[in-house]
Design a protein around this ligand. Structure first.
Ligand code: PTJ
Length: 248
């Protein structure tokens, strides 16, 4: 179903041809981690929810693949947190930006940014550098999904704090982010919606404070989390091998 959604979105001009290749890479990682949300990804999602809730200027960056696979949840998140959405493309074309903004608006998004970029991400070449004053330029926290490593590294060097959704725990995006959710965006975004809702309710009932959330984010060790993700993958593969040998 995911593949069909991407191909259809590609045919409609929402997804870049490179996006289909990127999806294949993601699928390969999803297979070797067992196509489920790993324990460490679950924990990262709670910390990501906390980070987005305490952020002063949270921005959800959406590209072709992310919009094809999780536009509804992105819009839900933008209302819940609340956060701005910016369509920000690696393989930028004005027509694709327009189509993606329209798709997000159809899902109920308001004030989607991206059609009139007026700033540049430091340390990147035009047009990969383009961004909006009201969006990524001012953001303290940016939620990125399936992002190119050069751009994530440039954003991190620029001082942005980053929540990244990436199935590859070895990618430069995974390593440059502040909180990496090693999970499929089709599981990570609905999960993030639930975690944001849960933490918001706890904040309202006084069961947690903003300081608790800040502490949770401060304590998060992303390198350790990536190491745990790789270990979980190894354990999953070892269990598979054992089962073939009839050891399980
Ligand atoms: O729409 P654009 O122009 O912004 O282009 C989007 C792509 C994805 C083509 C662009 O950002 C790109 O080239 O990204 P990369 O460098 O291929 O990185 C994508 C990362 O996302 C890889 O590490 C993949 O393993 C991972 N990935 C692919 N599918 C999923 C995924 N992670 C989570 N969920 C997925 N479904």
């Amino acid at each position: 179903m995911e593949r069909e959604r991407l191909v259809e979105a590609f045919r409609k001009g929402l997804v870049a041809p490179e996006g289909l290749l990127a999806h294949g890479r993601g699928e390969a990682f999803d297979y070797i981690l067992g196509e489920h949300t790993m324990e460490v990804a679950e924990e990262a999602t709670v910390v990501a929810a906390a980070a987005l809730l305490i952020a002063k200027w949270p921005v959800i960056s959406m590209n072709g693949n992310a919009t094809a696979l999780a536009s509804r949840e992105a819009v839900e998140l933008s209302h819940l947190i609340p956060a701005r959405i910016e369509v920000n493309l690696f393989y930028r074309s004005e027509e694709r930006v327009r189509k993606l903004v329209k798709r997000l608006q159809e899902e109920g998004a308001r004030g989607v940014l991206g059609e009139r970029p007026d700033r540049k991400i430091e340390g990147l070449d035009h047009p990969r550098a383009l961004c909006c004053t009201e969006g990524i330029y001012t953001a303290d926290w940016v939620l990125l999904s399936l992002e190119d490593g050069d751009r994530t590294e440039a954003l991190a060097r620029w001082g942005k704090k980053i929540v990244a959704v990436d199935l590859n725990p070895l990618s430069r995006t995974a390593r440059a982010a502040t909180v990496t959710i090693v999970d499929n965006i089709t599981r990570a975004f609905p999960n993030l919606v639930k975690k944001v809702e849960g933490l918001k309710e706890k904040l309202e009932r006084g069961e947690v404070t903003r300081e608790d959330l800040e502490e949770m984010v401060r304590r998060w060790d992303n390198n350790e989390a990536l190491a745990r993700a790789v270990e979980e993958i190894i354990r999953y593969l070892e269990r598979e091998v054992e089962s073939w040998r009839g050891l399980r």
